[in-house]
Write a protein that binds this ligand. Structure first.
Ligand code: C2E
Ligand code: CA
Ligand code: CA
Ligand code: CA
Length: 278
């Protein structure tokens, strides 16, 4: 048994070495990529299910390596968080999205909201609020049309710190959405204490709604909860018309997904909006 344990230990530590080395390699690659402009932002429209008109977009970070390969954000965001690069990177995404928002407003899209994902590492950073205010000031983005998406898992931790932060963020005029809602376990009473504007129903629950009759229960519950609390609700990952129909009939006002549009580069967003806003 003892030798087995030792063998197990060695196996474990050797893998750890590989994993850490891989992570360090990715960290360097990501830093280089950022300084070489391999990172860019794509925008995925959000639409009003009643009118089918666009109401906003979510900014999504992309990494394309020089040989044309895309590294998915689910792989590099955790590395950026771990290395602390997310502080700089997140600020750059926010500013880029704010500049795009201002450009769209100048082109006539005045009632259009730009949503930006914010990592908990950023949100906890002592300079987060001053960074946010500076980004708004420098770009001239109207705060009421900027929305920060924070994940539900973050919303569950350290409630007092979070409540205070949310109050400060909302004093800037910026909106807050809880992302991937339904994947965590936040209680109704907890949610009531958080000053947020919007819930985003996770794609996993949207996928389920056209399946078994029990499948719709989580999406349905989130829509009811959001409606009762007077919050805006967006369903994410809507891929087919049936899902859109069911969501609409359940009372979900807004949606985002491949059915309407895939994330697109800034240069295409203006054209897409001009066409879809007619
Ligand atoms: P998320 O915030 O939940 O973003 C939604 C993801 O669903 C995006 O993946 C989007 O491309 C994808 N999606 C949208 N519609 C559909 C659909 O109809 N079907 C399917 N199958 N997928 C759909 P993406 O762009 O790969 O981003 C993955 C995650 O990476 C995001 O999940 C978010 O958590 C994170 N992320 C992306 N950009 C940023 C960023 O700038 N900052 C931070 N902190 N995280 C980011
Ligand atoms: Ca999001
Ligand atoms: Ca989401
Ligand atoms: Ca999600």
């Amino acid at each position: 048994a003892k030798s087995q344990q030792r063998a197990g230990y060695f196996y474990f530590s050797r893998n750890m070495g590989v994993e850490i080395r891989e992570r360090v390699r990715m960290m360097h690659a990501l830093r280089t990529a950022f300084s070489h402009n391999e990172l860019f932002v794509m925008y995925q429209p959000q639409i009003d299910l009643a009118t089918r008109r666009p109401v906003g977009a979510e900014a999504l970070l992309r990494w394309r390596t020089p040989d044309g390969k895309f590294v998915p954000p689910d792989r590099f965001i955790p590395i950026a968080e771990y290395s602390g690069l997310i502080i700089e990177l997140g600020e750059w995404v926010l500013r880029t999205a704010c500049v795009e928002l201002v450009r769209l407003r100048t082109a006539g899209h005045r009632a259009f909201t730009m949503s930006v994902n914010v990592s908990q590492v950023q949100f906890r950073h002592p300079q987060f609020l001053s960074m946010l205010r500076r980004a708004l000031d420098d770009t001239g983005a109207p705060p009421e049309y900027v929305e920060l998406e924070i994940t539900e898992s973050m919303a569950m931790e350290e409630p007092d710190m979070l409540i205070e932060m949310l109050n400060q963020v909302r004093r800037t005029g910026v909106k807050v959405a809880i992302d991937d809602f339904g994947t965590g376990f936040s209680s109704l009473s907890h949610l009531q204490r958080l000053q947020v504007d919007r819930l985003k129903i996770d794609r996993a629950f949207v996928t389920e709604i056209t399946g078994s009759s029990r499948g719709s229960s989580i999406a349905e519950m989130v829509i009811q909860l959001g409606t009762n609390l007077g919050l805006s609700i967006v369903a994410e990952g809507v891929e087919d018309e049936r899902q859109a129909q069911v969501l609409y009939h359940l009372g979900c006002p807004l949606a985002q997904g491949y059915l309407f549009a895939r994330p697109m580069p800034a240069k295409d967003l203006g054209h897409w909006l001009a066409r879809e806003s007619l």
